[in-house]
Write a protein that binds this ligand. Structure first.
Ligand code: DX5
Ligand code: ZN
Length: 218
């Protein structure tokens, strides 16, 4: 069974507590927190203080997606703030193996994310070490972009390698996920659906969550 991870990037920050309670009540399994530094991606968002605040208002695991240029500079801070999953970008990190070990030593689940154009083979040797691989299905930086179809192939390859290598990481997909694209991603083997604008910008958050959950359970 797959999991739903609403991304608070598209939430109304002035109603954050209320909106988190709403997704929690309507089937969210994780809360996805997009951290952007204005350097690795052309946008800026949240820091460890947001993670710390969220920890107080939700019982759901916090899935922290670090879109920053020097992730190792910040992992301690996010771990201390209460991140459950800490995902760094392959493209932002020279020593990925070391980084994964460091994140696990901080008692967080370790994730690696791949930009759309980054081939999955760049993380092939780490698949037995990581807890999660995040396949970006948009170019990171903004909510509300269109799903890039070739992400489906990447998910399928990871799914195949996972069984070949007897690995047990989760495959997460992030970007342009709605009921239609969720079906494609799930069919290819995705386990975690990140959804921002389709959950928070559709007028009815509860209904949007339930629609995605029903795709997951069919
Ligand atoms: C984009 C972020 C996503 C974003 C997805 O860089 O990593 O998590 O919130 O938003 P939607 O679901 O609107 O594409
Ligand atoms: Zn994200």
């Amino acid at each position: 069974m797959a999991f739903l991870a609403p991304s608070i990037l598209s939430a109304d920050l002035l109603k954050l507590e209320e909106q988190i309670a709403m997704v929690e009540k309507n089937g969210a399994d994780l809360i996805h927190v997009d951290v952007m530094d204005g350097h690795f991606v052309p946008n800026m968002t949240f820091g460890p203080s947001m993670v710390k605040a969220l920890k107080k208002i939700t019982r759901l695991p916090l899935d922290v997606h670090l879109m920053v240029s020097n992730p190792m500079q910040f992992v301690e801070w996010f771990a201390a703030a209460g991140a459950d999953y800490l995902t760094i970008h392959q493209e932002a990190c020279w020593h990925l193996d070391r980084a994964v070990k460091r994140i696990k030593a901080l008692n967080c689940k370790a994730g690696i994310s791949l930009n759309p154009a980054t081939p999955v083979m760049t993380v092939q040797h780490l698949l037995k070490e990581v807890d999660l691989v995040l396949v970006m299905s948009v170019n990171p930086g903004f909510g509300g972009q269109a799903f890039i179809p070739y992400a489906v192939e990447k998910i399928a390859t990871l799914n195949q390698w996972r069984s070949e290598y007897k690995a047990d990481f989760l495959i997460e997909v992030d970007g342009g996920i709605d009921v239609r694209t969720a079906k494609q991603a799930l069919k290819a083997g995705a386990d975690v659906l990140v959804a921002g604008s389709s959950v928070f910008n559709n007028g009815d958050i509860a209904r949007a969550c339930r629609a995605l959950k029903s795709v997951i359970s069919t």
